[in-house]
Design a protein around this ligand. Structure first.
Ligand code: CAP
Ligand code: MG
Length: 399
């Protein structure tokens, strides 16, 4: 494949034929505009887009469009996106249009990708093939640094692999990074002395793009063993700045807050899959791809499609660890693993801290649920001699 192939679903306006609508996208995103122009000379036309295929699907049509590779500036994701996911969303001749996927040729995927990837993160934690268990400190904001660290300690003692800040906690006055991070790392050291296990803490360094590398380096100076970024609110350039900076030698956890503004409507917007491809290229070691049973709206085939592109062979890049999060609790673990596999991070905030016996018990229950699945035993069976899991299943059920 030499060029870029983008796949869209669309519904044309009633006065527009599907062929015209697909052509309108091609023209808008390459060399055309709404009318003939004298400046679109013969030498320019080599950059024309082309409709590769068009077929009815559901209430609309699915089309594959080819954009010449030469239109793209290698390495400039902002520019890639303004071609494949740009003005087309606003074209009046379309009632709706959704970017389903985009495939880039090798010449446009020369990115470093994740520094650690799934195997690098597994090495840090010391796991082989089981799903990782993560937790989000809850409440998402409001705790003092001391209480945040105490909750982190409990979760670590209980057996989680990863602790992360929530997406809205950054460096507010009530819990500044300079105080929170060293305290959390100190408490995680204490937990390590007791359990022998390394636990990762993803401190949320989301900030304006031109300061983010500085903030990451400062966090590393304070002892961070992972950083987290809200990629859509912060911007792709910010993630790229972290991913490509050789001084940032810790894994990057990527949260996707705001994604549903463009991924949720099945007829319009951008599916998670093409975004996941790009986020992996930019250096995400872990990325939220959604659950198949949790509190956020979800669509199993879409979640699986996003996970697939995080792991597929792509320009020698390491695979990104997918994260299933949002409304999970131990009773949901079996369904998540059965659908999404074992190369997955299962995160529970409420589903750990809301355990009737507290955070450590909640973490134990999540780990027991994972162990049950790895042993091929049902949760109910495993719960018979695993007290924390039994309590969790009684509290939340298994659906
Ligand atoms: C999970 C979470 C995440 C969601 C986001 C939350 O907490 O921290 O932000 O997972 O969804 O605040 O909801 P709970 P997604 O475990 O308490 O639900 O990963 O789909 O972007
Ligand atoms: Mg959250």
């Amino acid at each position: 494949m030499q060029d870029v192939i983008a796949t869209y679903y669309f519904r044309p306006r009633s006065d527009t034929k599907p062929e015209q609508a697909a052509q309108a996208i091609c023209e808008e995103e390459t060399t055309g505009t709404w009318t003939e122009i004298s400046t679109r000379t013969n030498y320019v036309k080599r950059l024309d887009g082309a409709v590769e295929s068009l077929a009815p699907q559901g209430n609309g049509y699915i089309t594959r469009l080819r954009y010449p590779a030469e239109i793209f500036e290698p390495g400039n994701i902002a520019q890639y996106l303004s071609v494949v996911a740009g003005n087309l969303f606003g074209l009046g001749r379309l009632e709706s249009v959704r970017l389903f996927d985009v495939e880039f040729p090798d010449s446009l995927t020369r990115f470093k990708g994740p520094k650690f990837g799934i195997s690098g993160v597994r090495r840090m934690v010391g796991s082989k093939d089981r799903p990782h268990v993560g937790t989000i400190i809850k409440p998402k904001v409001g705790l003092t640094p001391e209480d945040t660290a105490a909750v982190a300690y409990e979760a670590a003692i209980g057996g989680v692999d990863l602790i992360k800040d929530d997406e809205t906690l950054t460096d507010q006055k009530f819990c500044p990074i300079d105080r929170r991070l060293p305290l959390v790392m100190k408490r995680l050291e204490e937990a390590k002395d007791e359990t022998g296990r390394e636990v990762l803490y993803a401190v949320n360094i989301s900030a304006r793009a031109d300061r983010i590398a500085e903030r990451a380096l400062h966090a590393i100076d304070l002892g961070a063993n992972m950083v987290m970024i809200d990629v859509f609110t912060t911007g792709f350039g910010a993630l790229q700045a972290l991913g490509e900076d050789p001084r940032i030698k810790v894994p990057i956890h990527v949260h996707r807050t705001m994604h549903a503004a463009f991924t949720r409507n099945p007829e319009h917007g951008i599916a998670m899959r093409p975004l996941a491809r790009i986020i992996r290229m930019l250096g995400a070691d872990q990325l939220h791809t959604g659950t198949v049973s949790g509190k956020m709206s979800h669509d199993a085939p879409e979640v699986k499609a996003s996970i697939e592109v995080l792991k597929c062979a792509c320009a020698g890049m390491k695979p990104t660890f997918p994260v299933s999060s949002g409304g999970l609790h131990p009773g949901k673990v079996a369904h998540e693993i059965a659908t999404l596999g074992t190369d997955i991070i299962l995160q529970a905030g409420g589903g750990i801290h809301g355990h009737p016996d507290g955070t450590a018990a909640g973490a134990r229950a999540m780990r027991q649920a994972v162990d049950a699945c790895m042993e091929g035993t049902s949760l109910e069976e495993y719960a018979k001699d695993h007290y924390e899991l039994e309590r969790a299943l009684k509290h939340w059920g298994t659906s």
